[in-house]
Design a protein around this ligand. Sequence first.
Ligand SMILES: NC(=O)c1ccc[n+]([C@@H]2O[C@H](COP(=O)([O-])OP(=O)(O)OC[C@H]3O[C@@H](n4cnc5c(N)ncnc54)[C@H](OP(=O)(O)O)[C@@H]3O)[C@@H](O)[C@H]2O)c1
Length: 250
Amino acid sequence: MTKMKKVVVIGGTGLIGSKAVKLLQDAGHEAVTASSRTGINAYTGEGLADALAGAGAVIDVSNMMSFDRQALVDFFGTSSRNLTSAEKAAGVRHHVVLSIVNADQLAANPYMAGKLAQEEAVASSGQAYTIVRATQFHEFLETLAGAYSANGVVKVPDIDFQPIAADDVAAALVEAALGEPRNGTVDLAGPERSSFESFIRTYLDAKGDARPVHADASVDYFGASVLAGSLVPGGDFIKGRVTVAEWLKA
Ligand SMILES: NC(=O)c1ccc[n+]([C@@H]2O[C@H](COP(=O)([O-])OP(=O)(O)OC[C@H]3O[C@@H](n4cnc5c(N)ncnc54)[C@H](OP(=O)(O)O)[C@@H]3O)[C@@H](O)[C@H]2O)c1
């Protein structure tokens, strides 16, 4: 049996963080729900020293939504530097951070530039770490369908897609945090790979939305030009279990 651990979940009130907190608690571990609303702020450093005292691991699933590249790079880079410094000072053994598959190849997209700054800050911190890079969440399909809609048509990039359920992401992060640091990156993706177009079609059909969906090779990924494999793992990956159909049914 795994020894009971204290794990601090930065972004513990969010979609992934709240699931990770519950999984940790259900398994008998002490989970700290950390977010600016709970007085623990990764960007300013407020409350970090107290929250990290006695912790064995940190899971960072904090987030900032913006289209401003500099603001994103600053938020993710500064937060990661603050967290890893505070962890080293507190003697925390393992920093686990959630990033995105192929973030390094997609840095023309401002959000990916922020995630890359986050990864670089963690990897150069001297703190033991695991970077878990996930594909897009099933829960993100609605946002994607909306973002690619114009004039009654949904026009999406002509690329592969392999989304993963938030439940599977949270489970993989918890497993990583309770394990040994990899001091490297691991990819995480859903159980099915198909075209971006087909996943959006499935999602819209389930919502009773008959708008046409077309794949178009000239459509980019929010500022980053993409190739067929840009959003899917290029090699080994941890496979999630929940299909989009199962998630839609639930
Ligand atoms: N969407 C996708 O498909 C996808 C794919 C792969 C990876 N990811 C990554 O998944 C991660 C988690 O996403 P999510 O959807 O779970 O996010 P979310 O629901 O938006 O939650 C974000 C969390 O971050 C907290 N937060 C924001 N600023 C903070 C700060 N300065 N200090 C501490 N906590 C802070 C928020 O709480 P407060 O507001 O109270 O601070 C909230 O708990 C993100 O890093 C994202 O890049 C997303």
